[in-house]
Design a protein around this ligand. Structure first.
Ligand code: UDP
Ligand code: MG
Length: 317
């Protein structure tokens, strides 16, 4: 098989069918032989039924992994990569924001560039609020300064890989999966191809500001120890400041005698230090907590059912 297309779907009943027919049209007109791997990430709407219908009607090979509950997009990508058996493997969203024509362009690029292992589509003009884009810019600044691998702004998981890179990604079986990090970590030659994302074909985005913030934290905590270094720095500065203040108090006491006043100073110092200590504990806790979950070696996802319309046809023959 030339190309396996992985599509993680969570509550995408409105778009999966039209996305699949667009894929069939585009890929056959460009002469690309493909199979599809849909992952139903525990959708609460009729996505699962829609996917079964697609699989039973299609002449193309369609595999569907049905998760037992919502495990998140990262887990869905992992499950899809496990099922992908093509020479090339593409990942695209199920909401029609990622045009199949771009996938075909990426495949053509790989065909004509044997030394490139991965083509990544980079969204070049995303219409976003200024608060969100400020946070995104800060995120890339922090993580690129602190992490040893490079994170490219706007480069998502809309990509096409060669087999070797898929195997490398699969060999990373950690529970907290941060795809952007994993893709940079495994290395390989990546080409960045600009594209313009479309509007969603229907349904609504699953990302809230809170979820994005957690995701950014996952990246920073998973790929850097910057927060821990930051803590050491704060601790050192606080100790130096306290020492200077201590000398100041002793001299004041010796020179001017006892003064009972100072309740405000004491109260604010206790509160400030208490706050900083709690913040520190929280940051350390994030690392320890992840360590705890990671050592349990829980599976990344649990599948209720995995189907393959080619297999079913063979079975019934
Ligand atoms: N998705 C998923 N599991 C989740 C959340 C999202 O599989 O828990 C899928 C979703 O169905 C879509 C893709 O991930 O195909 C991207 O999600 P979304 O469109 O909400 O993100 P955005 O495009 O807004 O960044
Ligand atoms: Mg989307």
């Amino acid at each position: 098989m030339k190309l396996s297309v992985i599509i993680p779907c969570y509550n995408e009943e409105e778009t999966v069918a039209s996305l699949f027919s667009e894929m069939c049209e585009v890929f056959s007109s460009r002469g690309i032989e493909f199979n599809a791997v849909f992952v139903d990430d525990g959708s609460k709407d009729s996505t699962a039924q829609k996917l079964s219908e697609i699989a039973s009607k299609s002449d193309h090979q369609v595999k569907v992994v049905y998760f037992s509950r919502n495990f998140g997009k990262e887990a869905a990508i992992y499950a899809g990569l496990q099922q992908a058996d093509g020479e090339y493997t593409a990942i695209m969203d199920g909401d029609m924001q990622h045009p199949p024509a771009v996938v075909a362009d990426m495949v053509d690029y790989l065909d004509s560039h044997p030394d490139t292992d991965c083509v990544t589509a980079v969204q070049n003009q995303r219409i976003e609020g200024c608060v969100l884009s400020f946070f995104k810019r800060s995120f890339y600044k922090i993580i690129n300064r602190a992490a040893s691998v490079e994170f490219v702004s706007g480069a998502s998981d809309f990509r096409v890989f060669r087999r070797a890179m898929v195997d490398a990604i699969l060999s990373i079986s950690e529970y907290y999966r941060f795809s952007k990090g994993i893709f940079s970590y495994v290395g390989f030659n990546t080409h960045y191809m600009p594209y313009i994302a479309r509007e969603r074909g229907g349904g609504k985005t699953k990302w809230s500001f809170g979820k994005l913030f957690r995701y950014a934290m996952d990246g920073i905590i998973g790929y850097t120890t910057a927060p821990l270094k930051f803590l050491s720095l704060v601790g050192t500065l606080m100790s130096i400041a306290s020492f200077i203040y201590l000398i100041f108090i002793v001299i004041k006491r010796l020179a001017f005698g006892d003064s009972v006043a100072g309740f405000a100073t004491l109260a604010s110092l206790i509160l400030l230090l208490g706050g900083i200590q709690l913040l520190g504990l929280g940051i350390i806790g994030e690392y320890v907590g992840r360590n705890y979950v990671e050592t349990k070696k829980r599976p990344i996802y649990i599948a209720r059912k995995i189907t393959d319309n080619r297999q079913n046809k063979k079975d019934s023959e």
